[in-house]
Design a protein around this ligand. Structure first.
Ligand SMILES: Nc1ncnc2c1ncn2[C@@H]1O[C@H](COP(=O)(O)OP(=O)(O)OP(=O)(O)O)[C@@H](O)[C@H]1O
Ligand SMILES: O=C(O)[C@H](O)[C@@H](O)[C@H](O)[C@H](O)CO
Length: 197
């Protein structure tokens, strides 16, 4: 979790590679209307986000029920959004990635091929309700290298889970389904409830 540009995808890809856990990019679950809205510089509303969050929780449940760990990038800016994600099967642990806003703005402006404009950064920051002490997770400062971020995430997971995360089943687990990076368009869990009906 964390605001746009904080480093969620960078960390999640590294963790998925390291742990062999299936990986989903939450942006791939957004309906086209949400992407169009953000691309045009308009922040999403709660109503825009609920069906999207439900789709993500569905994907998480599928993997938990198949007996594997999984990793999802999701801004999950508000506590209420995280409470919805926590309804997924299995244990849901949040790693909040944070960096200096000026660094994030520069990285977003340098990033190529991404729809999210840096102009939405103030709204992302204003909407963020940081992870609280009674939530299941940890805060990670993305102030160094990607390797340092990954190392701090693995240490946090080890502490939170009370076990080395490498010991949890990954994509080679017998019933883990299709391995590899998730593509939302290939997965029915991307459909919101209206689309599924
Ligand atoms: N520790 C780091 N060192 C150097 N570059 C980094 C680091 N962390 C992230 N970046 C770069 O910053 C940019 C934003 O990171 P990333 O795309 O992972 O953020 P995000 O939180 O997933 O963003 P979004 O929510 O908008 O998809 C990327 O270009 C990424 O390569
Ligand atoms: O809740 C939100 O406002 C959105 O999830 C955004 O955070 C973007 O999807 C993402 O971060 C950009 O890539």
């Amino acid at each position: 979790m964390g605001i746009s540009g904080s480093g969620k995808s960078t960390l999640a890809e590294a963790l998925s590679e390291e742990l062999g856990w299936p990986f989903a990019e939450a942006d791939e679950f957004h309906p086209a209307a949400n992407i169009a809205k953000m691309s045009a510089g308009t922040p999403l509303t709660d109503e825009d986000r609920w069906p999207w969050l439900r789709s993500i929780a569905g994907w998480m449940s599928e993997h938990a029920e198949a007996g594997t760990g999984s990793v999802v990038t999701c801004s999950a800016l508000k506590r209420s959004y995280r409470e919805l994600l926590e309804t997924a099967a299995g244990r849901v642990v949040f790693l909040e990635v944070d960096a200096d806003p000026a660094v994030i703005e520069r990285r977003m402006n340098e990033r190529e091929g991404h729809f999210m404009p840096a102009s939405l950064l103030p709204s992302q920051i204003a909407t963020l309700e940081p992870l609280e002490a009674d939530e299941d997770g940890a805060h990670l400062a993305n102030t160094g290298s990607v390797e340092e971020l990954e190392a701090s995430a693995l240490a946090a997971l080890t502490r939170l889970l009370g076990a080395d995360p490498h010991t949890l089943p990954g994509r080679n687990h017998a019933s883990s389904g299709t391995p590899g990076r998730h593509r939302a368009q290939e997965n029915p869990s991307n459909l919101n409830e209206e689309e599924r009906a």
